[in-house]
Design a protein. Sequence first.
Length: 471
Amino acid sequence: MKRLTPDLLVIGAGSGGLSVAAGAAQMGADVILLEGHRMGGDCLNYGCVPSKALLSAARRAAVLRQGAAPGTGGDPVAEYTAAMAHVAEVIARIAPHDSVERFESLGVRVIRAWGRFISPREVVAGDHVIRPRRVVIATGAAPLVPDIPGLAEVPYLTNETLFDLRHPPEHLLIAGGGPVGLEMAQAHLRLGVPVTVIEGDRLLGREDPELAALLSDRLRAEGAEIVEAARIARVAGTAGDIHVETEAGATYGGSHLLLALGRRARTDGLGLEAAGITANGRGIRTDARLRTGNRRVYAIGDVTGGAQFTHVAGYQAGVVLRAALFALPSRARSDHIPRVTYTDPEIAQVGMTEAEARAAHGARLEVHRVDLAQNDRAVAEGLGPGMIKLMAVRGRPVGVSIAGPQAGELIGIWALALARGMKLSAIAGLVLPYPTLGELNKRVAGAYFSARLFDNETVKRLVRAVQHMLP
Ligand SMILES: Cc1cc2nc3c(=O)[nH]c(=O)nc-3n(C[C@H](O)[C@H](O)[C@H](O)COP(=O)(O)OP(=O)(O)OC[C@H]3O[C@@H](n4cnc5c(N)ncnc54)[C@H](O)[C@@H]3O)c2cc1C
Ligand SMILES: NC(=O)c1ccc[n+]([C@@H]2O[C@H](COP(=O)([O-])OP(=O)(O)OC[C@H]3O[C@@H](n4cnc5c(N)ncnc54)[C@H](O)[C@@H]3O)[C@@H](O)[C@H]2O)c1
């Protein structure tokens, strides 16, 4: 066994681990990075990148099909194969950025092995025993496979196997109507695959119901069968002939089943007990500084069971770098973290939803909304439906929800406003190019002031008085 004593050991080369390792090595720390499987983790190999690439290929296929004369559209099998080839190509194009070669060129020692704590200060990986000054656990999460009767006997897909398909499913059953389920539902619908989504509660349960409804209407219009408030009680069947039964006794059949029922923190085999680190059902427990129960060990990203996004893992990497490299106390916030579901319409959120803001601020809350149809660019481009909703308290935003094209781009300015505690006047006072979708942001901020300015007797009296005095 080789013994190594780096400043920092990072376990897991996904979104969180790669950010910590690159930052620490470039700032002069001696860093070892462990990866037991694929460099790049879920986001590159099984998550963000393949899902967005598939959505993009499917959108193009649907547009081409719409433009084609009846009966002359593309061959659906060839379209599906080409879409999945596009996914593989996009992954291959981004992979060098997350590769062993790139990280070694940054000064990181990469060990391709699974890491396991054998004591509070030591980790074994392959034929190495590593005793670092600090450890960052960034081992991510795996698809949740609940204990549903019959599921273990039935072939099913997850986000780790879906992108290996090269032939379109005859009928895709999707268990779960969260972001994974709905992004993959729309991608498959647009590739001509019949889709049924079975959701135990309501679609995109975390999002504003009004915005989520715009998406479910769209998916239904594109041909999806969507069943809500239908918890899956039993699964049966064989390859190509799967049946899902709900608690209410309804049965839905399809050729393939995709599980999109949430995620489970990857802590198996990490030896957390030996390190004195506790995990609960959601993941590794950390404090606001992302420290685990072991003061030398931090945990970031999906393994902590918090908001599971690449940009959250990256943000938390920055928090840990300040603490581990500079010994600066640094706390992770969550009130300014945006999230986006990349369907059409996109659903974006930062800060509180309307329901959360009402519960937190009661009568002090003001809600303003602007419909996408009120935006000239959207009208000119024939875009829609969509809307922006602003939750404001005393002249400052506490949350923004956007549904529509480029909602993920539009939310950026609100992420800045919430992060910096900016006033709405800063957004309302912006001069933006006309005609752009970005004007929606200015318009909804302006709606906060227009009631105060235009329906205000004092303002009217003041204007009349000034006008009398003017020569
Ligand atoms: C289908 C899908 C689509 C998604 N789309 C988006 C999106 O559009 N935008 C977004 O922000 N987020 C998206 N996400 C979420 C995003 O992928 C995750 O939040 C992100 O990958 C988390 O990064 P991480 O570093 O915590 O973990 P991961 O990226 O999962 O990386 C963890 C790494 O640790 C390795 N590992 C585990 N245990 C060990 C061990 N003991 N020793 C060594 N290595 C180990 C794993 O092999 C893995 O490579 C999506 C997720 C899915 C499933
Ligand atoms: N665009 C993005 O940023 C993006 C995309 C995909 C995934 N992600 C991340 O990955 C995480 C996981 O996504 P997900 O969609 O797998 O999980 P999720 O937890 O968001 O959704 C799972 C859904 O399955 C339903 N469900 C659970 N058990 C059920 C049962 N027995 N029967 C029927 N329905 C049941 C839940 O009610 C829920 O709506 C997300 O929370 C997100 O953080 C992000």
